[in-house]
Ligand binder design. Structure first.
Ligand SMILES: *[C@@H]1O[C@H](CO)[C@@H](O)[C@H](O)[C@H]1NC(C)=O
Ligand SMILES: *[C@@H]1O[C@H](CO)[C@@H](O)[C@H](O)[C@H]1NC(C)=O
Length: 252
């Protein structure tokens, strides 16, 4: 199943006159009328013919000339017979001043560029942005795993592990940061992990090394064998971003 986006709704008709005059573009048979024709080589240029006199125009960067619709988003115009384009003039996240471009951070993120302003957007949850088709498609298993959002007790977390937006866990407002720059707290439902409250407001989840569990008494990871506070079975999950969402425990 592919969920394509129809993302560009802005009307693009801007174009610039290049002021190149050349009668060879125009058909002498129709010298009495005014009309526009696609440029024979450049997909983003067109030629107007008025009384046999040609004038070349170029669409805004990122748009291409459609014979009946004018300057339209590049991906909606068939450029196979006139493959040339003006050099890209975009900056930052916009390769061209108009168009839709993938966000290098991936995970379904993309930018809509309008006159070189990048408007961030995102595919529906679980879908990946595809720059070739300019749409959202189903993620491959690898992409899905890479972009798995942490769902911890109903709270979505960035793949970076940042929990700051969570509502179920709040760092103590009078945090004394006993470990220099952070304090540690048990992670509810899985003693293989603990929560770090970092000075400055960031919240992170830390995993204990294999064979060890977080001890509330010592506020550190201790041998699983000797642990009194963590009763097995402990959920063995190697990476923070692969954390399952614990659903059995309540935490208020
Ligand atoms: C596009 O942005 C430039 C400045 O970066 C501005 O001068 C120009 O008027 C804008 N064009 C449109 C169509 O908004
Ligand atoms: C468990 O605790 C005992 C005594 O408290 C200690 O001798 C032993 O080394 C500990 N085991 C591990 C794996 O840390």
């Amino acid at each position: 199943m592919i969920g394509f986006l129809v993302v560009i709704s802005v009307l693009f008709f801007e174009s610039k006159c290049l002021d190149q005059r050349d009668t060879s573009f125009c058909d002498p048979k129709y010298s009495g009328s005014s009309y526009a024709v696609p440029h024979p080589q450049f997909c983003d240029k067109y030629v107007t013919c008025q009384r046999g006199l040609a004038q070349v125009y170029v669409c805004e960067d990122g748009l291409a000339y459609h014979p009946s619709k004018g300057c339209r988003p590049l991906h909606t115009v068939d450029c196979s017979s006139r493959p040339f384009l003006q050099p890209p003039k975009g900056s930052g996240s916009c390769r061209r001043r108009y168009g839709i471009f993938a966000d290098p951070r991936g995970c379904g993120r993309f930018f809509k560029c309008v006159n070189d302003s990048a408007i961030p957007d995102k595919c529906a949850s679980g879908l990946t942005f595809d720059e070739k088709s300019i749409g959202c498609r189903e993620s491959s298993p690898e992409e899905a795993e890479q972009c798995q959002e942490l769902a911890l007790l109903g709270c979505n977390v960035d793949p970076s592990g940042d929990l700051s937006s969570c509502t179920w866990f709040r760092c103590p407002s009078d945090d004394t940061y006993p470990y220099g720059d952070h304090s540690r707290h048990p992670y509810p439902g899985n003693c293989g992990f603990y929560i770090l409250c970092i000075r400055g407001g960031q919240v992170k989840i830390q995993g204990c090394p294999e064979g060890s569990v977080y001890s509330v008494e010592s506020s550190s990871c201790e041998s699983e064998v000797n642990s009194t506070s963590c009763k097995s079975p402990r959920n063995l999950v190697p990476l923070v971003h692969k954390l399952p969402s614990p659903s059995s425990s309540k935490f208020n």
